[in-house]
Design a binder for this molecule. Structure first.
Ligand code: SF4
Length: 380
């Protein structure tokens, strides 16, 4: 689910956000191609020091039940590739200790696709880019209900309706509310939605209609955000996240890795999430979409993705850490390893504009891992 969704008036052609001349989507200096987390950062500590760092993190999280601080997470992020397996093993132990072995499944449906006014540089649903995604209006309620029933049949506990908009206008809000009530009544699933920026009144109405959880991803670090999006600000995203929590809905807020951000900026986004405290943290990996400014970036390397999954678990020990968009193309054969490196939730079926693998394959993977499908919240 690589985004939160937004609408309203067309903000016009993107212009420079700041007098610092930040490159914007479409500018020649926009980071369309960049490194994909190659291990060229600071030197890794020696093996004895690396073992000591991991063992201190284990003592803090499992024995003292103390959260790691920023410096400890930064030190762990610099461990060499040979230590990623140990990092993943600790992350798995922490996940089982805090959340149990259950894995939560969620189905998502794009109920309004494409023609989005916003200019998120990774997104094929933006009207600013020449992408092959076909814009479609709000999906019929019967089709929403059949998708929700198909989700329920996989054993999933949650169904999320996603809209490619800046934020809901009155008519859209009413349609969302109607669909939320319908799905809840007919399937008993927890209903989530992702419809972009909200004000307090709209958030209150969604909560009252029975929206259990609202998705609004931070996407990337505050310091990198203006290089990726110019049509809204990082602070606007944060504000909506706060409004969601104040309205009594669970907050689902995650990230999209490999947009060109540095390791330090990944740690920065992790820190922001730790302050924000979402229940559910989707981890998306860039799946470069044709026609977007990031369409020619290389994929993140699978082992590097495992490192960051583990670090996000160590930084967010009790969160529902959810595999989201881009996991199949990024992790390939390592998808099961992510589930033993901290991931405890999956989006099953297709994503918004890309195909996922079949729910049966995911269920078989969970069975092989002896991980039961269930509601993780109930175990925390
Ligand atoms: S362009 Fe629109 S749909 Fe795409 S991520 Fe941005 S807000 Fe969401």
């Amino acid at each position: 689910m690589p985004s939160s969704r937004k609408s309203s008036s067309l903000p016009g052609k993107a212009t420079s956000l700041s007098d610092g001349g930040t490159p914007l989507p479409g500018d020649p200096s926009f980071p369309s191609v960049g490194r994909s987390s190659q291990p060229d950062g600071p030197a890794s500590p020696n093996p004895a020091k690396a073992r000591a760092l991991i063992s201190e993190a284990s003592r803090a999280l499992l024995d003292e039940r103390r959260d790691l601080d920023q410096n400890e997470l930064a030190a762990l992020s610099k461990l060499g590739e040979e230590h990623v397996a140990a990092l993943a093993a600790l992350a798995h132990e922490v996940r089982v200790d805090r959340c149990g072995l259950q894995v939560e499944l969620e189905g998502i449906l794009s109920v309004k696709t494409g023609a989005c006014t916003e200019d998120c540089g990774f997104c094929s649903q933006s009207s600013r880019f020449d992408s092959p995604v076909k814009a479609t209006p709000f999906v019929d309620r019967d089709d929403i209900l059949s998708a929700a029933r198909a989700t329920a049949a996989t054993g999933a506990s949650k169904f999320c309706m996603v809209l490619a908009i800046r934020g809901p206008d009155e008519r859209t809000l009413e349609r969302i509310i109607d669909a939320v009530r319908l799905v809840k009544r007919e399937t008993g699933l927890q209903v989530a939605c992702s419809a972009g920026l909200l004000d307090r009144t709209k958030a209150g109405r969604l909560a009252e209609a029975g929206v259990h959880c609202y998705n609004h991803n931070l996407e990337t670090a505050r310091s990198f955000f203006p290089k990726i999006v110019s049509s809204h600000s990082f602070d606007e995203r944060l504000e909506t996240c706060g409004i969601v929590k104040d309205a009594g809905m669970e907050l689902c807020s995650g990230v999209l890795l490999n947009l060109g951000e540095s390791d330090e900026q990944r740690l920065e986004m992790l820190e922001e999430l730790r302050r924000l405290g979402p229940c559910d943290v989707p981890i998306n990996f860039l799946n470069p979409r044709p026609g977007t400014p990031l369409g020619s970036r290389t994929l993140m390397r699978p082992w590097e993705a495992i490192r960051w999954i583990a670090l996000f678990r160590l930084g967010l020990p009790s969160a529902v850490l959810r595999y989201a968009g881009g996991r199949e193309v990024t992790l390939k054969e390592l998808q099961a390893i992510g589930l033993t490196a901290g991931v405890n939730a999956l989006i099953v079926g297709n994503y918004l504009t890309t195909l996922g693998r079949s729910p049966q394959e995911d269920l078989a993977m969970l069975e092989d891992l002896s991980m039961p499908v269930g509601m993780v919240g109930a175990a925390i």
